[in-house]
Design a protein around this ligand. Structure first.
Ligand code: NAX
Length: 328
């Protein structure tokens, strides 16, 4: 058996946390041979801390063979101590009457503090995934607040959008979702994201040709994927939780254990590829190997795609500008 690794999860008593922690502890994220120590962070509020205690009791009651230890805390310095993986799920939701700028700055405060704590106490190789919204900008803020850690350790979750896109294509083509290769989602985790199946194949056949109908892409596919989060809220009365936790597991598993050449989508700091300015936390197609991701290169960007990629980039630039003064 391997030595245990430390996995920090913030927002541990929330909806996503409840779907996520049990899967991490059962080995679905890092493998059935990898013991984990869960380090869970919640806000210093009696109700939240009590709820966290309840989650920890349930984790205990599962008697997971791979769960080598647990810490529940309201202190980021404790939660992130020597963390090898950090899933930043907790965030400030938009309250009644709250403007977008207020939401950005409330979250900037959280992710500045958490970035600093990671910088101070986490493993130098910590792999960070930001799930809490606005995920890309929160990840950017955490990255900027952790100057002693490699910027590439910070990522944002686009995987739910990727998985949603894959399922829509499977339904449209009548093919199994597992057979879809080379799909990606560019940009921000928001309705502006650009899900792109131009390079996707199923059984070696091009998905674009299989679907054939350009209008479906623009009029059905992109709005369906972009507004899927809102559709879930309308149907369930609550935001996506199990599917978000599942996407977080997929993201971390693939980053840690590799994708065998398959493309996945990760929000990562741009290296300038595809004309996306360096440092912007943007969804790219990547492959993962030996714990590292690499952007898929050489894809042709047509006019429609460039336009879509710019719309989502502009939104990210606006978000970045709105929090710039807080990072100075
Ligand atoms: P919940 O409100 O159920 O849970 C969030 C938990 O985080 C709460 O228990 C809260 O006390 C805690 N929290 C808040 N601030 C914290 C802080 N500074 N430190 C530690 N804990 C803190 O929300 P849930 O449904 O679990 O969603 C969590 C976040 O994921 C939200 O920001 C949500 O918008 C975002 N999502 C992101 C998705 C993505 O694809 N990137 C999809 C799903 C989800 O909407």
């Amino acid at each position: 058996m391997k030595a245990p690794v430390r996995v920090a999860v913030t927002g541990a008593a929330g909806q996503i946390g409840y779907s996520l922690l049990f899967r991490i502890a059962s080995g679905e994220m890092l493998g059935k041979d990898q013991p984990v120590i869960l380090q869970m962070l919640e806000i210093p509020n009696e109700k939240a801390q009590q709820a966290l205690q309840g989650v920890m009791m349930e984790l205990e009651d599962c008697a997971f063979p791979l769960l080598a230890g647990m810490v529940g805390t309201d202190d980021a310095m404790v939660a992130f101590k020597d963390a090898d993986y950090a899933l930043l799920v907790g965030a400030r939701p938009r309250g009644p009457g709250m403007e977008r700028a207020d939401l950005l700055s409330a979250n900037a405060e959280i992710f500045t503090a958490q970035g600093k704590a990671l910088n101070a106490v986490a493993s130098r190789d910590v792999k960070v995934l930001v799930v809490g919204n606005p995920a890309n900008t929160n990840a950017y803020i955490a990255m900027k607040s952790a100057p002693d850690l490699p910027a590439g350790n910070f990522t944002a979750m686009l995987r739910l959008d990727h998985n949603r896109a894959a399922s829509q294509i499977a339904a449209k083509t009548g093919k199994p979702v597992a057979a879809i290769r080379h799909l990606t989602v560019w940009g921000n985790h928001s309705p502006t994201m650009y899900a792109d199946y131009r390079f996707a194949t199923i059984g070696g056949e091009g998905v674009k040709a299989m679907i054939g109908d350009e209008a479906w892409n623009r009029d059905v596919f992109l709005p369906t994927v972009g507004k899927r989060g809102a559709a879930i809220i309308a149907a369930r009365g609550l935001s996506s939780a199990a599917s978000a936790a599942n996407a977080a597991i997929d993201h971390m598993r693939d980053w840690a254990l590799g994708t065998n050449g398959e493309w996945v989508t990760m929000g990562i700091p741009s290296d300038g590829s595809y004309g996306i300015p360096e440092g912007v936390m943007y969804g790219f197609p990547v492959t993962c190997e030996n714990g590292k991701y690499t952007i898929v290169q050489g894809l042709e960007i047509d006019e429609f795609s460039r336009e879509r990629m710019n719309v989502t980039l502009n939104e990210l630039e606006e978000e970045r500008a709105a929090v710039a003064h807080l990072l100075a």
